[in-house]
Design a protein around this ligand. Structure first.
Ligand SMILES: [Fe+2]
Length: 261
């Protein structure tokens, strides 16, 4: 059983599924792939408004169509904007995965404000466990990975897009995932599916790559046990200790880049 904590399976809410029929197609794809639980996580950002009532209605509609072959829950692809953070303070469960305590957090590709560290800390103080979504696809985080490691020390988690490991987001992104997998700083894989074609709701192929690279028990942790724990609001069963950042020597041979956060 695999659990997908990040996907855009519901129609008419964001740039995900274009119709209920495509939602059903994505659900069938997930079932065929061996996925048992899916958290539908529409965007909440400057482009897409997040309405939990509508999200819940779309979930129910899809659940009716697929029956008990797939368990559907709701969450949010939460953009770390000032407005969103103010709003979550008034209603935590509005945005969290399956209305528990894990929260997907996405950053813009082109800028991560210096205040992000403090904002993530504020989310902690609310009792939330932020899950940083697909940092491997963010060129700023790839250029300054110690920033991500600091967030891990703060108690954040890392979710990688399954397709990134298969090279669908380019060679550089794939290499980055391999590196972070080997460093044990990955907690979840998820599909981040948007449709039934180019961004599919599949995990099995990436799981097999993790089995080959890190073995069955880590693959099971990253595709099944950890996502299920987040789904149910429990502590993660697999949470490797992070080395002290200050003790790490800078990586030799890495090109210097001038990118400001
Ligand atoms: Fe997403």
């Amino acid at each position: 059983m695999m659990v997908d904590i990040h996907c855009h399976i519901l129609a008419g809410l964001d740039d995900g599924a274009s119709s209920l029929e495509e939602s059903v197609e994505m659900a069938e794809m997930a079932i065929a792939d061996g996925i048992t639980h899916v958290v539908a996580t529409p965007h909440s950002n400057g482009e897409y408004q997040f309405d939990p009532q509508r999200v819940r209605e779309r979930r129910d509609e899809l659940q009716d169509r697929v029956g008990n072959r797939l368990t559907l829950a709701t969450g949010c692809d939460f953009h770390l904007s000032y407005e969103n953070v103010q709003d979550i303070k008034t209603n935590i469960a509005k945005y969290t995965l399956n209305q528990k305590n894990y929260l997907l957090v996405e950053f813009a590709d082109f800028a991560i404000p210096p205040s992000a560290d403090d904002t993530l800390h504020q989310l902690h103080l609310l009792g939330l466990s932020p899950v940083i979504t697909h940092p491997e696809r963010n060129r700023l985080l790839r250029a300054q990975p110690d920033r991500l490691r600091r967030w891990l020390h703060q108690g954040c988690y890392v979710q990688i897009t399954a397709q990134s490991l298969l090279g669908k987001w380019g060679k550089g992104t794939q290499k980055q995932v391999e590196e972070w997998l080997d460093e044990d700083i990955v907690h979840f894989f998820a599909s981040d599916a948007h449709n039934a074609t180019t961004r599919p709701l599949k995990l099995a192929e990436a799981r097999e790559v993790v089995v080959q690279r890190r073995g069955e028990s880590i693959a099971k942790a990253l595709f099944e046990e950890n996502p299920l724990a987040a789904f149910e609001g429990r502590a993660l069963p697999y949470e490797p200790q992070q080395p002290d950042i200050a003790a790490r020597a800078p990586r030799a041979g890495r090109r210097k880049r001038f990118i400001f956060f």
